[in-house]
Ligand binder design. Structure first.
Ligand code: ADP
Length: 290
């Protein structure tokens, strides 16, 4: 193999490297062509419940389309949390001649995450942006997702390298869901996420406001622990749809920690029903636009 020539701190790549890049590009195209709808889930900052929303929406879509029709790609290379939330931590990805096969979670949701490739719980991924971006491109091109109705891509928080790679690598991202919590800090960064999606010409399906309110399990009183109305305000200011509000509720975190998120463990729960409603709205928005 020819080696890249270094000049001015950059690497001039040889024809063989360019060829390998083209091959991967073709694979990504072929793999993504089998997936009817690709949705990215993003947030301006971490800890707002982006992964929680992504897994529950994936399960809600699987509830209506059936097993093996929905996939979830955990594109958070340094902080993967999807396998834990879907109870498949420690599973090893299987591979065969066509490529690498995803793991299966509750309701037959297909899952791929960096977490499956780490040798132990404590192993951190200490990679710079370009390496993380190429791992994501490998996930897009080398994984045998098969035919899917939906692929949800849980992006790392913020508007950095990896988010950009995903959106630019997929020939057509059908929509973005932006998750936020009702706080001023979050409000500020969520606007950046909205603008980020717009600049990349990704249709914004809407905002999900998470941790919107807290209902006391003993007395039923509703408390606005964070500020109320942020979702509506952002939606109005930015001209995007408010898809729904998820309350702050220990059942949401307990079920995710136990590896069976609320939509899978208690589909009749009002919060599970809200997730189903959001998934239905997303589905009808996309059907209407195609
Ligand atoms: P992000 O992906 O934005 O970093 P996570 O989805 O990992 O956020 O959520 C962060 C923590 O908050 C997790 O422990 C999760 O279980 C918890 N959590 C998320 N949404 C809720 C909610 N609506 N009610 C209670 N806990 C929640």
């Amino acid at each position: 193999m020819k080696e890249g020539k270094a000049y001015n701190g950059m690497v001039e790549v040889g024809e063989d490297v360019r060829e390998a890049y083209r091959v991967l590009e073709e694979r990504i195209k072929a793999s993504m062509a089998k997936i009817k709808r690709k949705i990215v889930v993003l947030s301006g900052k971490g800890g707002v419940g982006k992964s929680t929303v992504a897994v529950n929406l994936a399960l809600a879509l699987a509830a209506s389309y059936g097993p093996e029709t929905v996939g979830i790609l955990d594109a958070d290379i340094t902080g993967p949390s999807i396998p834990k939330m879907l109870g498949v931590r420690g599973m090893a990805l299987q591979s065969g001649p066509p490529g690498i096969f995803p793991a299966f979670g509750p309701m037959g949701v297909k899952i791929v995450s960096m977490d499956f490739l780490l040798p132990s719980d404590e192993t951190p991924v200490i990679w710079r942006g370009p390496l993380k971006s190429s791992a994501i491109r490998q996930f897009l091109g080398e994984i045998v997702w098969g035919k899917l109705e939906y692929l949800l891509i849980d992006l790392p928080p913020g508007t950095g390298d990896e988010a950009l790679t995903v959106i630019q690598s997929i020939p057509k991202v059908d929509g973005a869901i932006i998750v936020t919590i009702p706080s001023e800090v979050s409000e500020l960064v969520v606007k950046k996420a909205v603008e980020f999606a717009r600049r990349l010409n990704t249709p914004i399906l809407g905002i999900v406001e998470n941790m919107a309110e807290f209902r006391c399990p003993k007395c039923g009183a509703v408390y606005q622990i964070l500020r109320s109305g942020a979702g509506e305000r952002i939606a109005e200011q930015m001209g995007v749809r408010l898809l729904g509000k998820i309350p702050l509720d220990p059942t949401v975190s307990e079920t995710s920690d136990a590896g069976k998120p609320i939509v899978a463990s208690d589909p009749q729960h009002p919060i599970a029903k809200t997730f189903m409603k959001i998934a239905e709205e997303i589905d009808s928005l996309l059907k209407a636009s195609s």
